[in-house]
Structures are given as structure tokens and as C-alpha cells.
Design a protein around this ligand. Structure first.
Ligand SMILES: [Zn+2]
Length: 250
């Protein structure tokens, strides 16, 4: 732990990748863990493919109902999210790449300068036909008022949360920023991610190839554990604040 703190203290550029594990302490279940969303409801995984969404109005109705009930709307950032805000304030955070769509890093105060929501965010909606993007609130109000499958108000096209579904490409600009951040950091911290979802799982590979140290903070083993400089299995809401605190001057 103190070793990691001293690496953070010495680094001018730290890139952090976060996954579902950082938000479980905020009450947002992960996908594949023992109590994960897809473990308890395999149907939910099928619902998150782009083909199913585009091709089946019934799927869209179910997805919108699920969006209304999503725990993110009432979740609050936890000490792990807040520690990464502190890390940004210290001037060392090169980039924060997150696989999460819950918007909690932004809510905690991480700035758009460093935040890359590589799988999108459910706090916006996007029209799959004309590309119009807008905050999710008004669309969710329409669902709540009885529109089961709300259409784009500009073009009548299919609306969807601004999240990346299975079968949907990542935003090329976001991916490039993430790859550059991995290639140009001295320390890469992967926190709360299984490092099994591509192409995000290649980011530690890029960091290692560029000579960065790799630290893994995750409850379960990852494919990179053998090559990491440090692996810590403690809860993120404890370990991340401790690392950032131990890196602080004085
Ligand atoms: Zn449209």
C-alpha cells in the first residue's frame, strides 16, 4: 500500500481505469459478480445488444422501464470516486477512463478534461438515426408519462441511452484518448475491473509496453495479475483514499 502511495507521489502522470467494482459501494450492482445483474437475470444481457434493441420494440420498452428503475439515479459517489477527484487536484491524474455508465465520477467532481466514459453514460440519450444527443431527464419523463418507446423529437428515430451496447463500436475519439493516456503515463491503476472486456482490457498492455508501472485493485483475480507491480484486493472505498492520502505532501 505505502509502496503504491510512493509511486503515485513520484508520478507526474497517472492513468486510472475504473470498472463496476468502484460503484458497488454506491449501491450499483456489477454485471458478472456472484450477485451481478447478468448472473441473476441472463435475459438482461440479451437486452443490451444493439441488434435486439434496434429490431424489437418490445426490447426497447423493457430497456426504458429498466432505465427508469436504474440505481444510478439515486446513487451517490463513494470515497473511492472522491479520492480520484483529490488525485486530479494534485495535478497527477493524466486521465480517468471508466467502463461505468453511471455518471458517478462526473457527479463526484472529476472534470471533463480527464474523464473518458469509454462505454458512454446513461445520463444522456442519443438518437440512433440523426445523432442528436440530449440529457436523459426529459426522455425518461416521457417514459414515465406513458410513452413506452419514445421517438426522437427531431426526426422520429429510435432513441437510446448514450451507452455502448454489445455489438456497438466505441467512440473512436474516446478510444484514442484512452490509448494515448495509457501510453503516456508512468503509473497505470486498474480499479474494480475484471480486465476481460475488450478493447478496454488492452489499455494495461499499452501501459506496460510503454514502461509504466501497473497496479491492480480488484476483488477478484484478473488476467494481468502476474504482470502487475502490485495487486491489492481490499475494498476500493478504503484502498483508493488510503493510496491518495499517502501520496499527499506532508
Ligand atoms: Zn433523431
Amino acid at each position: 500500500m505505502s509502496r503504491v502511495g510512493s509511486w503515485v507521489a513520484k508520478a507526474r502522470a497517472v492513468t486510472v481505469l475504473t470498472g463496476a467494482g468502484i460503484s458497488t459501494a454506491s449501491g450499483i450492482p456489477d454485471f458478472r459478480g456472484p450477485d451481478g445483474l447478468w448472473t441473476r437475470d441472463p435475459e438482461a444481457e440479451r437486452l443490451s445488444s444493439l441488434d435486439a434493441y434496434l429490431g424489437d420494440a418490445g426490447v426497447r420498452r423493457r430497456v426504458w422501464q429498466g432505465r427508469l428503475r436504474h440505481p444510478a439515479w439515486t446513487a451517490r459517489p463513494n470515497p473511492a470516486h472522491l479520492a480520484l477527484v483529490e488525485l486530479e487536484r494534485s495535478g497527477r491524474l493524466r486521465a480517468l477512463v471508466t467502463q461505468n455508465i453511471d455518471g458517478l465520477h462526473q457527479l463526484a467532481g472529476t472534470s471533463g478534461d480527464v474523464l473518458i466514459e469509454i462505454h458512454g453514460t446513461l445520463r444522456d440519450v442519443v438518437c440512433l438515426f440523426c445523432g442528436r444527443r440530449s440529457p436523459a431527464g426529459p426522455t425518461l419523463e416521457r417514459v414515465r408519462a406513458g410513452e413506452a418507446d419514445p421517438a426522437c423529437e427531431d426526426c422520429g428515430g429510435i432513441l437510446k441511452s448514450a451507452t455502448v451496447s454489445f455489438g456497438q463500436a466505441l467512440d473512436p475519439g474516446d478510444l484514442q484518448r484512452a490509448q494515448e493516456a495509457a501510453a503516456s503515463c508512468e503509473l497505470f491503476i486498474a480499479a474494480g475491473t475484471s480486465l476481460t472486456v475488450y478493447p478496454v482490457a488492452l489499455l494495461p498492455e499499452i501501459a506496460l509496453a510503454s514502461g509504466a508501472r501497473l497496479v491492480i485493485l480488484n476483488a477478484q483475480p484478473t488476467p494481468y495479475d502476474d504482470r502487475a507491480d502490485e495487486v491489492i484486493r481490499a475494498p476500493l472505498a478504503e484502498v483508493l483514499p488510503a493510496i491518495v492520502r499517502s501520496a499527499a505532501p506532508g
